[in-house]
Design a protein around this ligand. Sequence first.
Ligand SMILES: Nc1ncnc2c1ncn2[C@@H]1O[C@H](COP(=O)(O)OP(=O)(O)O)[C@@H](O)[C@H]1O
Ligand SMILES: [Mg+2]
Length: 246
Amino acid sequence: MDVPAVLNVENVTIRRGAATTLHDVSLTLASGKTLAVVGESGAGKSTLIGAILGILKPAKGRITWDDKPVPQGRPALVMQEPRSAFNPALSLMQSVNEPLIAQRTKMDTSRLERLCKGLELPLDVLDRRPSEVSIGQAQRVGILRALIAKSPLILFDEPLSALDATTQKHTARLIAELQVEEGFAALIVTHDLGYACAYGNDIAVLREGRIEEFGDASAFVASPKTEYGLTLRNAAIALGALELAA
Ligand SMILES: Nc1ncnc2c1ncn2[C@@H]1O[C@H](COP(=O)(O)OP(=O)(O)O)[C@@H](O)[C@H]1O
Ligand SMILES: [Mg+2]
């Protein structure tokens, strides 16, 4: 049997200018699994994504996928800022096509139609430019672009932030459904602990560039190991974002 590929982040330290924005960060994520990364603004979540993509070089430590350096251009990314994720001069369709061109594969139109339906994106939205759609539509086109190319590793940076609650639910479910079918590894950065715990197999809590907690998401909800984790969890319960098993 094939051993599933694993993303392995080992003791990674990232410096940006004079600041150290990740300190000795270690975590793992296997194919078919979801790792939710939570933490306040500025905790280093996007820095972690930049490091996995190879855009930010570790001062210490290493990052591997399937025991090799992460292949350049292979992980798909859903960027945090939906509109700036696209070239303003191109139609959204052209941008969605870019990863396929890079892989020398043709657009599978039935897959495109299915994904657009699941994302509640009318196909003609793709004929427009980024400035001609709503921010929520742009965010869903970003998700479409990440899913279309069947990358084995997909990095989602706050993928639902511009969507209303109902669309968030549909979109989260679509991503999870597709993951069951296709087996990609998903790293999902979110500040929504409810989303993190509903869809994450594992959860990593980042604080000021350090991992506070990393492990099974339901174990985290039941009993956080750190005071900070407990504070986050209790705040999410107070907001009604988490429902604890009785
Ligand atoms: N381009 C940059 N140059 C230097 N520091 C940066 C840059 N971008 C972000 N930072 C700093 O790195 C830290 C982590 O930022 P970031 O990874 O964007 O956090 P998050 O995504 O969790 O909100 C913050 O202190 C931020 O100010
Ligand atoms: Mg960020």
